[in-house]
Design a protein around this ligand. Structure first.
Ligand code: NAP
Length: 488
């Protein structure tokens, strides 16, 4: 859509001095400006408690934008014109009395769309919404964007959603999961529903199991305070991994429109077989990194990280076996795995097909299972492994890969997930955002697992930082004759 046909917006970024805003949101807005996707009259107003004069704030943002956009993408001319859109205000969102000055700054322009992006903390979300309402800033042309984590449990998520819902109707609430903004994730949908090839195979008759891994090499870095109260289950599984699972498993929506897509995702979340009580020990593994090393560099144990409790029982690793009780997926294990301080950084989805029914070629030719690998990080690619004959006499088979690397296939610059998602909010398209009932269904499945861990009083299994996680995560798959697809 040409930028002048998009509505003029006031994009209000709460938490405008924070890590998320400086590293992701403002660089994404810079790109949208540079590439002419913003209406000429769109303004960006950043807010936080810290006092900054506007020139100093703009300098702060410039430093970050130039650091976080791709090399060669920062140009002074684009920056100067972007900076003219950028304003800053010191405001404490917990203080209602401070909101009239925000209302005054935004003015009463009813033709503008107001986007309130809450890049602060979830305990401030409901109060922020109420304070916005108290000064008349929440009319029908306003939208609110919420960052994860939305609560710590179903109860706390409901409290946040109730608070927001009493001010903004659901159609104006955009709950962001930036994984859904990644090109490779949307390509998963294109692959499934834009090609006739896979659909007949995309079911329990032909798929042996699915692996979804989101692995990081970094530890908790400077987020120990937040992370120690969350852990990998709440930080990653409840949102990112379950959303990826939904996209792999959902039926084709009737239309590619918000409600149709979200209805299908919800059906998958509701079909997840509950894991509770004794099943928790059988179907899940939780781990915490101890000291270790990578390439000769010593890595600290989790409990020595900054702002982490020395007796912490918080998990930095989760592996689990999920099952979907529906016609298409009955009997197919979905293995989910995520963790910090691991040997390799990668996010990928592996679809492992069943073995051929009969070994035709004899000898040492044991055909490997066909595998479709959708890689989201570090590079975005899709590969399909097939068996092929090696050159020469005889019928010796070898596994070969058909590779689609998006960077090679499409020479265009790759959009960051936040660019895509911010533009969707500007256009009011909620297809890639989570609806309240999805959040609730995800918590309803996750809560009993966390409860099961608490009830058994067992500490998380230790794994050396820089390793592949606890051995128990390998045993989880080994029991059914499966193994994680890693290049160890
Ligand atoms: P952060 O670096 O600690 O930044 C928090 C921001 O909120 C700062 O600008 C802070 O500025 C502002 N703030 C805090 N209390 C405030 C108040 N009472 N009134 C107004 N502003 C207030 O945190 P972050 O990493 O950016 O994360 C922000 C949110 O995004 C969190 O919910 C986090 O879980 C989520 N998130 C972050 C990332 C990421 O990559 N960082 C990724 C996904 C989700 P002042 O202290 O000056 O007020």
């Amino acid at each position: 859509m040409p930028s002048q046909h998009r509505a003029a917006c006031d994009i209000v970024v709460f938490g405008g001095t924070g890590d998320l805003a400086l590293r992701k949101l403002l660089p994404a807005l810079y790109y949208l400006h540079r590439d002419n996707h913003l209406h000429p009259a769109t303004r960006v107003l950043a807010l936080a408690r810290a006092r900054h004069e506007l020139p100093a704030y703009r300098q702060l943002v410039q430093r970050h934008v130039s650091q976080y956009v791709a090399q060669g993408d920062f140009d002074q001319h684009s920056w100067d014109s972007f900076a003219e859109r950028l304003d800053y205000m010191s405001l404490d969102v917990s203080q209602r009395v401070e909101f009239p000055k925000l209302a005054k700054a935004l003015g009463k322009k009813s033709d503008r769309v107001r986007l309130f992006y809450l890049a602060t903390f979830p305990n401030l979300f409901a109060a922020t919404a109420h304070h916005l309402a108290s000064v008349g800033l929440t009319d029908g042309r306003s939208r609110i964007v919420l960052e994860k984590p939305l609560g710590q449990s179903l109860t706390t998520a409901n409290a946040i959603n109730d608070g927001i819902g009493s001010v903004f109707d659901e159609a104006r609430v955009f709950r962001i999961d930036h994984y859904l903004g990644k090109e490779a994730v949307q390509n998963l949908l294109a692959l499934r529903f834009g090609n006739a090839l896979f659909e007949p195979l995309w079911r329990n008759a032909h798929i042996d199991h699915v692996q979804i891994s989101v692995m990081e090499t970094v530890g908790v870095e400077n987020r120990g305070d937040y992370y120690d109260h969350a852990g990998a289950m709440r930080d990653m599984v409840q949102n990112h991994l379950l959303q990826l699972l939904c996209l792999v498993a959902m039926e084709a929506p009737v239309h590619f429109e918000p409600e149709a897509v979200r209805n299908e995702k919800l059906k998958i979340l509701e079909a997840l077989r509950p894991i509770s009580g004794m099943d928790v020990q059988d179907s899940t593994v939780r781990g915490q990194y101890s000291s270790g090393q990578r390439a000769g560099e010593k890595l600290p144990a989790y409990y020595f990280e900054k702002s982490v409790d020395h007796d912490s029982n918080t998990e930095t690793f989760v592996a689990l076996k999920a099952e979907i009780d529906n016609w298409r997926w009955a009997g197919v294990p979905f293995y989910l795995r995520t963790g910090k301080a691991l040997a390799q950084r990668k996010s990928e989805i592996v679809i492992q097909f069943k073995a051929v029914p009969y070994r035709l070629f004899g000898g040492s030719n044991e055909p490997a299972h066909n595998r479709l690998v959708i890689r989201l990080q570090p590079d975005e690619s899709i590969s399909l492994s097939l068996m092929a004959k090696t050159p020469g006499r005889g019928m010796a088979l070898q596994e070969v890969e058909l590779d689609l690397n998006f960077a090679d296939a499409f020479k265009r610059r790759r959009w960051d997930a936040y660019e895509r998602l911010l533009l969707d909010v500007i256009e009011g398209d909620a297809t890639l955002f989570m609806r309240r009932d999805e959040i609730e269904a995800a918590w309803r499945w996750v809560d009993p697992i966390i409860q099961g861990w608490q009830d058994c009083y067992r500490s998380p299994k230790r794994y050396a930082a820089g390793s592949w996680g606890p051995d128990a995560a390998d045993s989880l798959l080994d029991r059914l004759g499966h193994a994680w697809l890693d290049e160890r």
